[in-house]
Design a protein around this ligand. Structure first.
Ligand code: ATP
Length: 322
């Protein structure tokens, strides 16, 4: 729903009334990102059709999906680098394809970890970025890059992949944006730095009112960080849930079968796999419901114990191993 307010501006030729309409969701929260029925094609290939979701302001939302489902493409669409074949995206209230410089300055973007100004040094790149952002926090940048143990004259082009990622993340934290869009922030970072990054991100969030939209292949890192998850499947199927609800409702059960076929995914069984020789099935259902369903549709299949899952287990149980 659009829930804006009206304003009136006086012009020499008379007053004009108009509605200013920020997008809010059903819970009355403003959407920092609103993707509305987008379709995207590369040539003849349709990546997604009528994809819709929202990232409410003040939330941390992870976009998770297997290689090649279109996460980076989605971020390119959000930043207006690509135009969707259909539908629209709005970011901080503006059309993604027509973002003003002022709005871009409110967005901290990490796109596949790459720095374009390789010829600059650690010091030069900070000086270059600083004037674009009114709330620049220089100390945060140097706090992070000091940990590299490199002289400030060291060129970006002569850094390792992980070191470059550290510089880019330092620049984004210094920018102190309202909205962070982080595409695979973990690229090349070692475990210690990833932990450090998460600490910085927590400090950033503690300021309040910040929104983060993040993709990552290190699903486990998301557990302590995010409020909501969006699972994007091949073919564009999308599932968005509060992380707490997903962790509570998505279950994994061992099973055994007596000479019958193994169960296949259906209206209740989300997926079936084998891990360490143990067949397992996954469902958004409690034990009673699954047992009843098996008795009705898959006789001969006997439900075993419910298995504990990490977020990564649950992710694989939802999207499949390959
Ligand atoms: N410019 C392009 N032209 C044609 N196809 C493209 C183009 N860019 C990406 N693709 C294809 O679109 C699909 C989605 O790519 P994208 O990079 O968005 O995936 P991803 O989910 O970010 O993957 P990963 O997790 O591996 O980074 C892939 O199959 C990719 O090969």
């Amino acid at each position: 729903m659009w829930d804006g307010y009206e304003a009136e501006w006086d012009y020499p030729f008379g007053a004009i009334r108009f509605a200013i309409a920020p997008y809010v969701d059903d819970r009355g929260k403003m959407s920092a990102i609103h993707v509305d029925r987008i379709t995207h094609r590369y040539g003849q290939r349709t990546l997604y059709r009528d994809l819709s979701f929202r990232v409410p302001e003040g939330r941390v939302v992870a976009l998770l999906g297997k290689n090649g489902v279109g996460k980076t493409t989605l971020i390119r669409l959000l930043m207006g680098f690509l135009r969707p074949s259909g539908g629209s995206c709005r970011v901080l209230g503006e059309d993604a394809h027509d973002l003003s410089p002022a709005t871009r300055a409110r967005i901290g973007l990490l796109l596949e970890g790459h720095l374009t100004y390789d010829f600059m040094s650690i010091e030069q790149i900070e000086r270059f970025h600083r004037p674009f952002y009114p709330g620049w926090r220089r100390e945060l940048y140097y706090d992070l890059v000091d940990r590299l143990g490199l002289p400030y004259s060291h060129k970006i082009g002569n850094m390792s992949c992980g070191q470059r990622s550290q510089v880019v993340l330092g620049l984004i934290f210094a920018q102190n944006p309202e909205l962070m869009i982080l595409d695979d922030y973990s690229m090349g970072l070692d475990a210690g730095y990833r932990r450090l990054f998460l600490d910085y991100l927590q400090d950033y969030l503690n300021q309040g009112g910040k929104t983060v939209f993040v993709t990552s292949h290190v699903v486990q890192d998301m557990e302590s960080l995010v409020d909501e998850v969006i699972f994007l499947q091949r073919g564009g199927e999308l599932l968005q849930m509060d992380l707490a609800d997903f962790r509570r409702d998505y279950r994994c059960y061992a099973f055994e079968r007596e000479g019958t076929e193994p169960p296949r995914p259906d209206a209740l069984i989300r997926s079936v796999d084998t891990h360490g020789g143990q067949p397992r099935l996954y469902a958004f259902a409690e034990r009673d419901g699954v047992e009843k369903h098996l008795a009705e549709h898959w006789p001969g299949v006997r439900l075993g114990e419910e298995l504990a899952m990490t977020l990564e287990d649950a992710f694989i149980g939802l999207t499949g191993k390959y």
